[in-house]
Write a protein that binds this ligand. Structure first.
Ligand SMILES: Cc1ncc(COP(=O)(O)O)c(C=O)c1O
Ligand SMILES: [Zn+2]
Length: 404
């Protein structure tokens, strides 16, 4: 059964050209990403906060603000409504009264990439896609491969040889056709770009289709709902391709237009690694776009993206919210990962840990104030990164006593 769609059209994020939402679309003819636009007045008339609160605990509770029309096309593994957990010990140690973490470690496939995959794959299925392809740094590929398996869509994936091993397994077991490249995600993107042209596949690369971002914006909806429709003062986000931070900004703007949240926006912070910081560099140089970052490297593999197609949208989101962009070193990331585990019991991915390092830095600089409500976005579980933690554990003979 078809439910009423509130999508009005697709709109180019640069030249504003409009596209039909019922056609398969990729980028605008000008080369920029397309964004889904809704008739937000209609949505505000069709659903209330109370309706949303009474629905199941998944991102589909915001269905009027999502692009999938037929509920039968929804491909779901139960993603969304992840916890917003307080970090009282670290907060106390740092002198931050209200430090919270949106924890995407509990979502299917272990990272927030499940949100983009759930909505992106559902809409692709609805539009009749049978085959799609994408480059990935790992987690997006793992998520899309699994959701595609559930949807019956054939999936072609290329990822860097150095990407973490677990997403490789996700791709392989789900039946996706997986290739590794001796290079970066940008090299994987070039290979996919050629293959897509040759075979006519749907290109599911970051921001080359309009629906992945729709899944990711639900992180913004959830943070607002979980704070009783008040936004925090600051949200820190580990930024690679930028879809998450662009999505959170888009989602919050939609809630504002519907009158569900007030004028206040959280200051959005793009966190990057010192070894790969094109957006921070552009931000510092007050540029509207970034330049390709040569020889990029970081242990936070998901944010090792030397040039993002949506860089100008990330820069717009942080500028318009009076946010900023900061770098953190791999050593700081490892320290933050360890303190989140030992002080708060949270085993987070290095990308998520980077947001704590950034918060520490911004607090020291006085950019974050002690009484502000600060949300760290942990994009995934540390369990997906067994290679990041190097520990030595003493092995005992069965007859030995514990040496303590
Ligand atoms: C765990 C994790 N965090 C953050 C990111 C960066 O995501 P975005 O494209 O939203 O900037 C990725 C991307 O691969 C990731 O896997
Ligand atoms: Zn355009």
């Amino acid at each position: 059964m078809l439910s009423k769609s509130h999508v009005s059209h697709l709109e180019c994020s640069k030249c504003r050209k409009s596209y039909d939402q019922d056609q398969l679309n990729q980028l605008c003819s000008c080369g920029a990403p397309l964004l889904v636009r809704y008739d937000l007045k209609n949505v505000a008339g069709a659903v209330t906060k109370k309706d949303v609160a009474s629905r199941p605990s998944s991102l589909w509770r915001y269905k009027e603000l999502l692009p999938v029309k037929g509920e039968g096309h929804i491909v779901t593994l139960g993603e969304g409504m992840t916890p917003l957990v307080p970090l009282p010990r670290i907060g106390r140690r740092l002198g931050l009264k209200n430090l919270l973490m949106k924890d995407e470690g509990t979502i299917p496939t272990g990272t927030f990439k499940a949100r983009g995959a759930a909505v992106g794959v559902s809409r692709a299925k609805e539009l009749g896609v049978r085959e799609l392809a994408m480059p990935t740094n790992g987690n997006a590929g793992g998520a899309w491969a699994l959701y595609c398996a559930r949807a019956g869509i054939k999936c072609f994936i290329v990822m860097p040889e150095d990407a973490p091993a677990i997403p490789r397994n996700e791709c392989a077991l789900s039946g996706a056709e997986l290739y590794l490249v001796r290079g970066l995600i940008s090299d994987a993107g070039k290979i996919i770009g050629k293959a897509v042209k040759r075979h006519g596949w749907y290109d599911a690369s970051t921001l080359k289709e309009p629906y992945r971002i729709e899944g990711k914006k639900t992180m913004g909806f959830e943070i607002a709902e979980q704070l009783d429709w008040e936004v925090p003062d600051v949200i820190l986000y580990p930024t690679g391709g930028g879809v998450g931070i662009i999505g959170i900004y888009k989602g919050l703007r939609e809630l504002q237009e519907m009158g569900w949240i007030g004028e206040k926006m959280p200051r959005l912070v793009a966190v990057q690694a010192t070894g790969c910081a094109p957006i921070v560099k552009a931000w510092e140089e007050k540029k509207a776009e970034s330049e390709f970052w040569q020889n990029s490297t970081t242990i936070a593999f998901g944010i090792n993206v030397p040039k993002a197609l949506g860089d100008f949208l990330v820069l717009e989101a942080i500028t318009k919210t009076h946010g900023c962009a900061v770098t953190v070193g791999d050593d700081e990331i490892l320290r933050a990962q360890s303190s989140l585990a030992s002080e708060e019991g949270a085993y987070v991915c290095p990308e998520g840990a980077a947001t704590l390092s950034a918060a520490i830095r911004l607090l020291k600089d006085g950019w974050i104030k002690a009484d502000e409500r600060v949300v760290l976005l942990n994009t995934g579980t540390g369990l997906k990164y067994p290679e990041t933690v190097n520990i030595k554990v003493r092995s005992l003979h069965p007859d030995e006593d514990l040496p303590v």
